[in-house]
Design a protein around this ligand. Structure first.
Ligand SMILES: [Zn+2]
Length: 75
């Protein structure tokens, strides 16, 4: 599946800084949709949407600390 990437400007990263970055979106067999925001400061947010409707979300601070790692059931 092709990965699409979109450049963004002036978004608030998980650390609170307003930075630019890249938003990647792709699909694979395991997850229906994967959204991946990579902020220029190094912070990262990943979101997986699964076939059963559940959504997994992971937020990593640019210093390496995992701020959020959760799975939300789709029902
Ligand atoms: Zn950051």
């Amino acid at each position: 599946m092709p990965t699409t990437s979109t450049r963004f400007q002036n978004e608030q990263a998980p650390c609170g800084r307003i930075v630019a970055g890249e938003h990647y979106q792709d699909q694979d067999d395991e997850a229906l949709v994967t959204d991946d925001w990579r902020y220029d400061c190094g912070c990262r947010t990943t979101r997986h949407e699964y076939h059963d409707g559940s959504v997994g979300r992971k937020v990593v601070h640019h210093k390496g600390k995992v701020l959020v790692d959760e799975l939300i059931a789709g029902h």
